[in-house]
Design a protein around this ligand. Structure first.
Ligand code: NAD
Length: 432
């Protein structure tokens, strides 16, 4: 089968490479010429564990191009994996999806299944079908299928090769049969449903996870007040199979390209249809507040950050990715800078992207020790393994005032006590 993928971001590129790994010939299309040049050399433009190796292994089945007409003309299946960012009002911006839909309609010269992998509001696939059918340049049959993506950045390759599920939403038999053929060697349960249900499965899943995080964070905040320990509390909860032990980690809130925008998009859609979902609205609000939780704690030690040396460990929204979208670091660091702090930051892969989003005067350090040197306070925003594996004595040895505010609960309290530092985390007692 001749397969094309529109968009070579975290979803599109990983999808293309994993389809190639299963023997398909795949043409990956992007508008970004620079990205295409890099990929042609067998290098991934994004940081995703295992992706470079898998790309190199499958280069003979992979083509990278900006020439969408050539890529789509003879394709049997075209995946759309472009971004659907958030608009100012919280609804999903579908500009890129419609742009690709128009390009496909203008290019295809044979019957083809167009697979919407981008996360789109319920009913969008129907609209794309009408939009494309009105614009077909050649008399061909086009079927639209919804095939939402569930990968997580940092484990995207494994999540795709061994997906939790493959959801295929179609309105006719033929595209369903074709997509089952495309995915026949993928080791994952497959669910065939209609398009609107497939679209809803994606939002309902992501928003449930966001809700779970916000719930645990609120419980964690209460734990601090009433003297309970969130680590033990979530462990105890996790033994219950109905709750499950995943996604129960308290912290300074979720970030990333999906949870923030997908909660807002569903909430917007629900309100637009006079069907407000109060739980999701609450999850969004809780998360916004949670991002500032450590700053509130810092006020106990310093009135403001003026003249202080602030060390920051971790910039990305989670470990294993270079993605900065909606990362807590992006809202916290500007507060330090505004107050007049000297900010030193460390991240193993996120510095390049951070510089694009924040132009403040920040010293980016090569090592954690260099970052901590002479600092008055340290904030941990990402639980990189290098941070978790750090000997806590290093904080005491390097910092002027060893005050550590940890948004990811990286260390056991006893170890921090032994290290003789001031340590505050989320949902646990303070070590002082
Ligand atoms: P991304 O921003 O990383 O990548 C999008 C890519 O599309 C970019 O490289 C951009 O240059 C390219 N593009 C834009 N217009 C194009 C066009 N006309 N033709 C070809 N390429 C074009 O986005 P992403 O994070 O991969 O997300 C893509 C979609 O998948 C979104 O809807 C997102 O919600 C969803 N999703 C993302 C994740 C995730 O973890 N990132 C997981 C599941 C679902």
């Amino acid at each position: 089968m001749n397969i094309a993928v529109a968009g070579t971001g975290y979803v599109g590129l990983v999808t293309g490479v994993c389809l190639a790994e299963h023997g398909h010939g795949v043409t990956c299309v992007d508008v970004d010429q620079q990205k295409v040049e890099i990929m042609r050399k067998g290098i991934s433009p994004i940081f995703e564990p295992g992706l470079d190796e898998l790309m190199l292994k499958n280069m003979e089945r992979l083509t990278f191009t900006t020439d969408y007409k050539a890529a789509y003309r003879e394709a049997d299946v075209i995946f759309i994996g472009v971004g659907t960012p958030e608009k100012r009002d919280g609804s999903a911006n579908l500009t890129y999806v419609y742009e690709v839909a128009g390009q496909i309609a203008a290019s295809i010269e044979r019957d083809c299944v167009v697979v919407v992998k981008s996360t789109v509001p319920i009913g969008t696939n129907d609209k794309i079908e009408a939009y494309m059918k009105a614009r077909l340049a050649h008399p061909v049959q086009v079927w639209i299928a919804s095939n939402p993506e569930f990968l997580a950045q940092g484990t995207a390759v494994q999540d795709t090769l061994h997906a939790s599920r493959i959801v295929i939403g179609v309105e006719e038999d033929k595209p369903g049969v074709i997509l089952q053929e495309v995915y026949k060697d993928f080791d994952a349960p497959k669910l065939l449903t209609n398009r609107r249900s497939a679209e809803m499965i994606k939002y309902a899943s992501n928003d449930f996870l966001a809700l779970k995080i916000s719930y645990v964070n609120e419980i964690a905040n209460l734990c601090e007040t009433v003297g309970a320990d969130i680590e033990d509390v979530t462990k105890g909860m996790g033994f219950d199979g109905r709750i499950g032990n995943q996604f129960l980690r308290a912290g300074i809130g979720y970030g990333g390209s999906c949870f923030p925008k997908d909660t807002k998009a569903l909430s917007w859609l629900a309100s637009f249809n006079d069907n407000e979902i109060k739980t999701i609205k609450a999850a969004i609000e809780v998360n916004e507040n949670q991002k500032y939780r450590l700053i509130k704690k810092a006020r106990k030690y310093y009135e403001d950050f003026k003249g202080l040396t602030v060390a920051v460990l971790g910039l990305t929204f989670k470990p294993g990715t270079d993605d900065l979208r909606e990362a807590p670091s992006l809202v916290n660091i500007p507060v330090f800078l505004e107050d007049g702090a000297i900010v030193k930051a460390w991240d193993p892969v996120g510095v390049g992207n951070f510089k694009k989003k924040c132009d403040g005067d920040i010293s980016y350090c090569e090592s954690i020790e260099e970052t901590l040197q002479d600092a008055d306070i340290c904030f941990i925003f990402t639980e990189w393994p290098q941070v978790k594996e750090l000997d806590p004595h290093i904080f005491a040895a390097c910092m002027k005032h060893p005050i550590i505010l940890d948004g990811r609960n990286c260390y056991e309290l006893e170890r921090m006590e032994q290290a003789g530092v001031i340590y505050e985390s989320i949902g646990r007692r303070a070590v002082q």
